[in-house]
Design a protein around this ligand. Structure first.
Ligand code: SME
Length: 161
């Protein structure tokens, strides 16, 4: 049984979260299983999310394709020039959007979403997918959230892909 110990808002939240995620993936080589568990862990460890999951880049389709997630069913394919995920993919930069309604081209999968954080997954200098977090609260994600998740995902990507 897995118990989330990290407490969002505490000084060492992201340090604890990183340790928990590392334990979660330890010894498991299956990518789908690891991404599924990571999306679930983030969904439950980070308060006020309505969606947490992955889009993975498909070389053959030249699109981001929906991967493991928690939340309502979402759009399956995202072209690189579309939405917040597409912007994170094409720029290779984390996108922290305080108000999704003000983001040109935002793709609304869950109408409850008001703010969004998308972190590119980078392996050997190539963006191979994105982590997408949605919140029903406007301005939900702080620069610290963005910075820490970017740091943690960089390390996790090295381990699971
Ligand atoms: N809002 C995203 C699409 C994915 S859903 O939020 C799960 C976007 O604009 O790329």
């Amino acid at each position: 049984m897995w118990i989330i110990q990290s407490q969002y808002g505490s000084e060492n939240f992201y340090q604890s979260l990183e340790q928990e995620l590392n334990s979660l993936i330890l010894g498991e080589p299956n990518l789908t299983a690891n991404l599924a568990n990571i999306s679930s862990w983030l969904f439950h460890a980070i308060p006020r999310l309505n969606w947490s999951g992955f889009y993975l880049w498909s070389e053959s389709d030249q699109e981001l394709i929906l991967g493991p997630f928690q939340g309502l069913p979402a759009c399956i394919r995202i072209k690189p020039e579309r939405g917040v995920c597409g912007k994170a993919y094409t720029t290779g930069k984390t996108q922290c959007v305080d108000d999704v309604h003000a983001f040109p081209g935002h793709i609304a999968c869950d109408s409850a979403s008001r703010s969004e954080l998308v972190v590119p997954l980078i392996k050997n200098g190539q963006v191979i997918g994105v982590l997408d977090l949605d919140s029903p609260g406007p301005g939900r994600f702080s620069p610290k959230d963005a910075e820490e998740l970017e740091r943690i995902m960089a390390k996790i990507v090295d381990k699971i892909f």
